[in-house]
Write a protein that binds this ligand. Structure first.
Ligand SMILES: *Cc1c(COP(=O)(O)O)cnc(C)c1O
Length: 380
């Protein structure tokens, strides 16, 4: 069993967008051991998670988190998707609302669809602009909402998890407000990486992901809303009056919330350096485009998650030993992890949190790999 405890990729340079923002802070690493036992946070629970004063969960959920998210009321969930489901279900299944459709952007994450399906909502998609930028036109929300009398909620993905595009939420929010449809901001790739304030952007709900973007062990997430929706989304059980129904009474009841809280000072300070992260991403994109790895999505880019199209790597893969797995192997040899095995033509990556030298190293590695294989081809 020795090998079981060892994670072979942990000393690599990690460019997997899923993983770059979830690396634990030192404080969270300590919390992980200290609070690892099952229901460790429940020693002094008065009946609901958010009311626990020791450890300081109450303060986190009722003071720090709403301020951070720019909302009135916040909760900790088991992930962004659990937050989306709670909101969709709360909004739509409530006796106050007979509406049964949700409008969302074409770049929405699969978990938004699945949450809608589970909540029994029909999904109406707002199209993107297509190749190469895949941008969202806010006016599309207007059309989608008008196309159906049954719209209970709109959702926008900020940024989306494929191209890393940041849609104009303020404009979308204005449209939704005019039509009387509340707006949910799916900020799984934003909260904890970059500054984002729900109310400043005009949204009514926000969700974030602890294990994706808040340097936490997962699964854990955050959810925020305007005061006016709190009764609806956080309504209490008839039989168990302390328990919130949409949260099934309790959410992150153990070590995950403790890593979230432990990393919070680190997260608050790192979002101040967001400008540098965007600079690094743009630099990376510009450099790799020199050798035919072309960035799709918004340009210039505004996020560390980037999607690339690379005919050159694809062409190499047709002839290389090991076929389409050549890229994964070459990167692995150089201790670079995060592009899925087998991908060459289209892939995404993230430069979040990488040091300048690491970015240079990754750029040079791509250049080296391409030149190695194009040379071999010429010699043949
Ligand atoms: C990763 C991701 C999610 C899922 O987050 P969980 O916290 O794992 O549920 C949702 N939306 C987007 C856009 C994502 O990229």
């Amino acid at each position: 069993m020795d090998g079981f405890y060892e994670r072979t990729t942990k000393d690599s340079i990690n460019i997997d967008p899923l993983q770059t923002g979830g690396k634990l802070s030192e404080a969270a690493r300590r919390a992980l051991v200290e609070w690892g036992d099952g229901y460790s946070v429940c020693d002094f629970c008065p009946g609901t998670l958010d009311q626990i004063k020791t450890p300081p969960i109450y303060n986190f959920i009722h003071e720090e988190l709403p301020e951070f998210l720019g909302c009135d009321v916040a909760r900790v969930t088991n992930g962004a998707r659990e937050g989306k489901f709670a909101i969709m279900h709360g909004v739509s299944s409530s006796y106050k609302c007979e509406k049964k459709a949700v409008v969302m952007d074409a770049n929405a994450h699969y978990s938004s669809y699945v949450a809608a399906e589970r909540a029994g909502l029909k999904v109406l998609l707002v199209p993107n602009s297509g190749y190469p930028e895949y941008k969202m036109d806010p006016e599309g929300y207007s059309e989608a909402i008008d196309s159906n009398d049954d719209v209970a909620l709109a959702l926008v993905t900020y940024p989306d998890g494929n191209y890393g595009n940041l849609p104009d939420v303020r404009k979308i929010a204005k449209i939704c407000r005019k039509k009387g449809v509340p707006l949910l901001l799916n900020a799984a790739y934003a909260v904890g990486r970059m500054p984002v304030k729900m109310k400043e952007l005009g949204a009514d709900f926000i969700v974030g992901s602890g294990h994706k973007s808040m340097a936490s062990a997962g699964p854990v997430g955050v959810m925020g809303m305007k005061e006016e929706f709190a009764d609806l989304i956080l309504r209490k059980s008839e039989r168990h009056p302390a328990k919130e129904v949409e949260l099934l009474g309790c959410t992150a009841r153990g070590v995950t919330i403790m890593t979230l809280i432990a990393s919070f000072p680190h997260v608050k300070s790192r979002i101040k350096k967001w400008g540098k992260e965007v600079e690094k991403a743009r630099y990376f994109s510009k450099q790799v485009e020199r050798f035919g790895i072309i960035q799709l999505g918004e340009k210039p880019h505004n996020h560390d998650l980037m999607f690339f199209e690379s005919e050159i790597l694809y062409n190499i893969s047709k002839k290389a030993k090991g076929g389409r797995f050549f890229l994964y192997r070459e990167l692995k040899k150089r201790r670079i992890h995060g592009i899925k095995p087998g991908l060459t033509r289209y892939f995404k990556l993230s430069t979040y949190g990488l040091r300048k030298e690491e970015i240079e190293y990754v750029i040079n590695s791509f250049e080296e790999i391409i030149s190695k294989y194009t040379k071999t081809a010429e010699n043949n």
